[in-house]
Design a protein around this ligand. Structure first.
Ligand code: C2O
Ligand code: CU
Length: 654
């Protein structure tokens, strides 16, 4: 069973526990016969819950911490108390001939409600708070439990509700005193715990984590603005200057559909930015009328930090009428893309994106067909492959498809009609990739695949998400038969990148990391940009409260990324490719896999490593861009680097 399934199962059983205990308590309160049976059911479900987390615990402490340390102990204690206090009487009721009522069951009923509240608190803490369990959380949860139980006791012991025909006698003075004492003591506990918890929760935590490495050693020594990198082309290279204007436009897509878009240069996608390795790319970005403001982020391209386009961190946003000139040397070959990094959860989707392709200087690709295919979904939900449609290639032609996912969700590609080779992932060549066929290529949000094949005598069809869109490459040209949708690819297995290609030694794989950071991705209550929300969280926190990760130049850094939530999180670090080490404890066994975005599906645990060789302060976030808006973003900070652009509430926001 996958960890994701176990997580869902745990939530489901937790809900059942809550229902079972409330049912037992409710029926016991009305003194009806099924109460005893329901108590037994509640105890059984509780036991199942305790057993069911054992396999989950086996997948990692992050998945069970708050249950093992808090939720299940309080539920266990409350369940035993309820069984002891209520069990014998409910059993007697169940066995008596009368349909309802018997002696004083108040204590038992209160205990049953306490167990129900404990089950509820345990579920809420797991579902809404998650990892890590903190003292404030535990205190507030205990306070809620005590307060709810007291309130129940109070309602149930209200003398007016003691029916005259009941066999209860009036409480003695001593009993009243005891009750009063318990009430006051419980109240003090609840108020005290809640107060302390809220107080602790509001004291802000550390602003950096060091991952086990040394703390900040030096005073700030360099500003991001000064991290500019190489300014001149390599021998044989040129400076490629380009003006790109961000503006609103109505754009007609190939399908004929009109989109009210935000664009670069009035086109969707924006103008292709291309270079040969060693050229200098210089783009003058002008904002004509994008009210939110705009920047250019070169996704997956390891530019010097000042050119990274992270609004509020590496530059100010470019306001209407403003300009910013990006300049960096294109030493990295491959398929990349660019997009705005300001309010990106809305504005990338509306059209502020384009492709960036750098070809090797030595390559002779004359006669080859090279197709950048950027997949994008617009606000109306329709997905297009720009550069798609139909293409002609004579048999024997070398064809290269550059698949680019500019969306926030993964896409599935199926290439039929020919065997093919996946030669590069995220712009970086794989080692010894083998020829494959009839396998689905699942492409992470923000990711790129370069697929090559030799054109056969029959058409080749690339199909997106089981036919949402198709690209045809045919040997003869002429219009294809519209009824031919390509073969049914639904049963094809998904290619596992971690086992694809040929292994090769990489020093980084075996180096002991100087810094180890764990990022537990979850969903829960957290502060995001100063307001409480149901956030997408990292280690229980939302941006900008998530501590910066501190590294020093030359460090070997390891990330363990754990997904405790029920959604997929495409994790993306700016400025560095990461080497995938393992997924769910299984080491990557194929070609060394360098990526800039990796898809952490529910329950998965990924280990990746990288060399800290590109000084700066870098965004580190989920590339499901709406998740960024909901808090799932932090920064990786090189020791000594400071940002002149605020740097606090940075990236993606307005
Ligand atoms: Cu493509 Cu910070 O993103
Ligand atoms: Cu996410």
């Amino acid at each position: 069973m996958t960890t994701g399934t176990l997580l869902i199962l745990d939530h489901a059983i937790a809900v059942l526990t809550v229902i079972a205990w409330f049912a037992a308590a409710g029926t016991a309160a009305t003194r009806s016969k099924p109460a005893f049976l329901l108590l037994v059911v509640a105890l059984v479900v509780t036991a199942v819950r305790m057993v069911a987390i054992v396999p989950l615990a086996g997948r990692g402490w992050w998945f069970v911490e708050e249950k093992v340390l808090f939720g299940l102990p309080i539920l266990g204690v409350a369940a035993v108390a309820a069984a002891v206090l209520a069990g014998p009487r409910l059993r007697a009721v169940a066995r008596s001939r009368e349909t309802t009522r018997s002696g004083d069951t108040t204590a038992g009923v209160v205990a049953l409600f306490a167990a129900a509240f404990a089950a509820l608190v345990s579920f809420v803490v797991a579902f809404v708070i998650g990892y890590p369990l903190t003292l404030p959380t535990a205190l507030i949860a205990v306070a809620a439990l005590v307060a709810a139980t007291m309130l129940t006791a109070r309602v149930l012991t209200n003398p007016e509700e003691n029916k005259p025909e009941s066999e209860e006698r009036a409480p003695t003075a001593a009993e009243l005193n005891r009750r009063r004492f318990l009430g006051v003591a419980g109240g003090v506990v609840a108020v005290g715990a809640a107060g302390t918890g809220i107080g602790l929760a509001l004291t802000s935590g550390a602003s950096t984590t060091q991952g086990g490495g040394p703390g900040p050693a030096s005073v700030p020594t360099i500003s991001i603005a000064d991290l500019r990198g190489l300014q001149d082309p390599a021998p044989g290279g040129v400076v490629r200057t380009q003006l790109v204007t961000a503006r609103k436009a109505m754009v007609k897509l190939e399908s004929g559909r009109e989109i009210d878009a935000l664009t670069f240069d009035g086109t969707l996608p924006g103008p292709p930015i291309t270079a040969t390795q060693g050229d200098v790319i210089e783009v003058r970005l002008r904002n004509q009328d994008i009210d939110d403001g705009v920047t250019l982020h070169w996704h997956g391209y390891d530019v010097p930090c000042s050119q990274d386009g992270a609004e509020g961190l590496t530059q100010d946003t470019v306001r209407p009428g403003g300009e910013f000139v990006y300049r960096f040397r294109a030493d990295q070959v491959g398929t990349y893309w660019y997009h705005t990094h300001h309010s990106s959860h809305v504005n990338v989707r509306r059209g502020l994106y384009g492709t960036l392709i750098v070809k090797p200087r030595e390559e002779d690709d004359r006669g080859a067909l090279d197709l950048p295919l950027a997949v994008h979904t617009f606000d109306d939900g329709a997905t297009v492959i720009s550069g798609g449609g139909e293409h002609v290639a004579a048999p024997g032609t070398k064809v290269r498809l550059r698949l680019i996912n500019t969306d926030s969700d993964p896409h599935r590609f199926a290439l039929s009609g020919t065997p093919f080779t996946l030669v590069a992932v995220d712009g970086r060549d794989l080692n010894g990739p083998g020829e494959i066929s009839e396998q689905i290529l699942r492409l992470v949000a923000g990711g790129r695949y370069d697929v090559v094949f030799t054109m056969p005598a029959e058409p080749v069809v690339l199909s997106l998400d089981e036919g949402k869109a198709t690209v045809w490459v045919s040997p003869r040209g002429g219009r294809r038969d519209d009824t031919a949708a390509g073969p049914d690819t639904r049963a094809w297995p998904e290619l596992d990148l971690l086992a694809y290609g040929t292994p090769a030694p990489v020093a980084l794989r075996h180096e002991t990391a100087n810094r180890n950071f764990t990022l537990v991705l979850g969903r829960g209550l957290a502060m995001v940009d100063g307001s409480p929300s149901y956030a997408q969280t990292v280690n229980g926190l939302g941006h900008p409260s998530i501590p910066d990760q501190l590294v020093a130049e030359g460090d070997t850094v390891r990330f363990t990324v754990v997904n405790r939530s029920l959604e997929t999180h495409p994790w993306h670090l700016h400025g560095h490719p990461v080497l995938v080490l393992s997924r769910d404890g299984v080491p990557a066994s194929g070609s060394p896999l360098w990526v800039d975005t990796f898809d952490v599906r529910p329950g998965e645990v990924w280990e990746v490593a990288f060399k800290a060789g590109n000084p700066g302060i870098w965004m580190n976030h989920c590339h499901n861009l709406p998740h960024v808006d909901q808090g799932m973003m932090l920064r990786l900070r090189y020791d000594g680097v400071v940002s002149p652009f605020g740097g606090g509430h940075s990236g993606h926001h307005d």
